[in-house]
Ligand binder design. Sequence first.
Ligand code: RUB
Length: 309
Amino acid sequence: MQSVLKTAKKIRTMEIRGAGAIARAAASALKEHALSTKTDSLSEFNKEMKKAAQTLLKTRPTAVSLPNAIRFVTRYQGDTVEKARKSIVSSADEFIKRSEKAVEQIGKIGAKRIRDGDLIMTHCHSAAAVSIITTAFKQGKNIRVIATESRPMMQGHITVQQLSDAGIPTTLVVDSAMRYYMQDVDLAIVGADAIGVNGCLVNKIGTSQLALAAHEARVNLLVAAETFKFSPRTIFGELIEIEERSPDEVLSAQKRKSLKNVTVRNPAFDVTPPEYIDLICTEVGAIPPEMAYIIIRDYLGWELEELGI
Ligand code: RUB
């Protein structure tokens, strides 16, 4: 369990973060676990894999690509440990390859929506959103970016570092400056932790505010999301859980002690309704949010079968 426990800790503490990276890390940990498990008994092996999957599933509740990755890897076949192990290794490798390729492909598709001279606003850090922006820049488009800090964990610092390394002129602003700058913005681009069957987007807290400000200013909102971010379980009416993280990330325990009548809340994500989204850019094409069901049916159909639909 060493690799699984190590990865689970890194995901929980956000050393590994961003929905895509979390999912790929979980797939890789399951592969390592399958390779290192010593037992010859298939039922023992199955039990161990189940335990590993549960440990990883519990790390962060919102990024749907995490359960999607875990289910993709653990629906292995084989009547011997050796065959089961082989099946897990090949599914994990396939998941990671598909996910990495998806980020690249989203970059190519999304970049077509960026025009020369555009000022883009982004929030938090999304590898898929950064892929779109850097691809457009590499194509020679003269673009600039406004990136928000994304309190309390400041993932915006990762975004500005990556955009700066790519040579893109970037401005870092506090989250509350979103609406102030929106009037100058041409396009807003964000990533996704989850997409529901109705096309709603779950992403870093503040995304729905950005969407609202973009809608008011008639700025299109483009969402960069691999098909693995879509949630088959929302077809069953299940809601996507919004993670609430420790108040320590917002205000130290010591400071909170002196504020006897104050409660600190720290939701990590929020929900943006589909009517504020122009397009969801996936690796299989840019779709309107209304087409979310089609993506789930056509690309996550194996999950629906398991759910009995
Ligand atoms: C990260 C976040 C990102 C999505 C998409 O939140 O909200 O926008 O996960 O990222 P956190 P990617 O930092 O809390 O994990 O495109 O890299 O999958």
